[in-house]
Design a protein around this ligand. Sequence first.
Ligand code: SF4
Length: 219
Amino acid sequence: MVARSRIQARLDDHIAQLVQCRRCPRMQSTPVSGGAVLSDVMLIGQAPGPREPVLQRPFAHTAGKTLFRWFEESCGLSESTVRSTIYFAAVCRCFPGKTSGGDDRIPAPDEIRNCSSWMNDEIKILRPQLIIPVGRLAIAQFIDCTKLEEVIGHKFRAERAQHSFDLIPLPHPSGASPWHKVLPGKKLLKSALNLIARHPAIRALRAERQLARRTQRSQ
Ligand code: SF4
């Protein structure tokens, strides 16, 4: 219990510093954090869109709706449960702004480098059993991702920040890409979600939630 509260204090301190970060002058918002959730599971997004900084939470808009539906359907975890039991990180924590064509700008290599220390520190603090990178840019921070078809639906053993963990990549849930809606993406997404649902860290999280609910009902 003491160890847990020490880790929580380190994570609280980490988030307090993260939200003050202003390393990247081209970013168009301040950092977005999902909060200091102590977890064995980390979910890594790419970068917030324009709405996340306003709503002050990651995956707050349409892509989030799809992502949370995937978790509900495959793992039986509601959005509020996912948000309160999984640690949300991202390749970059600030909104990069729009391109001249009106799309969200992909973070530049220097911005990704700047932000990588936050993710490394989170891995050192949480020492997660499972990391779920969402989308090509997030996946590429851990393994080669030339083709989504070669990585979605598979579990990998990866290492970062002197810690090894299971890695189960997901495609980006954005409506802009049809990849996960048509074959073979549709089938591979299903396999990836099944792998996540069966992973011991997710099963433990679900069991804890059920126990908490039963305890609440009996009081
Ligand atoms: S993208 Fe990351 S490193 Fe850059 S200012 Fe935002 S939090 Fe800091």
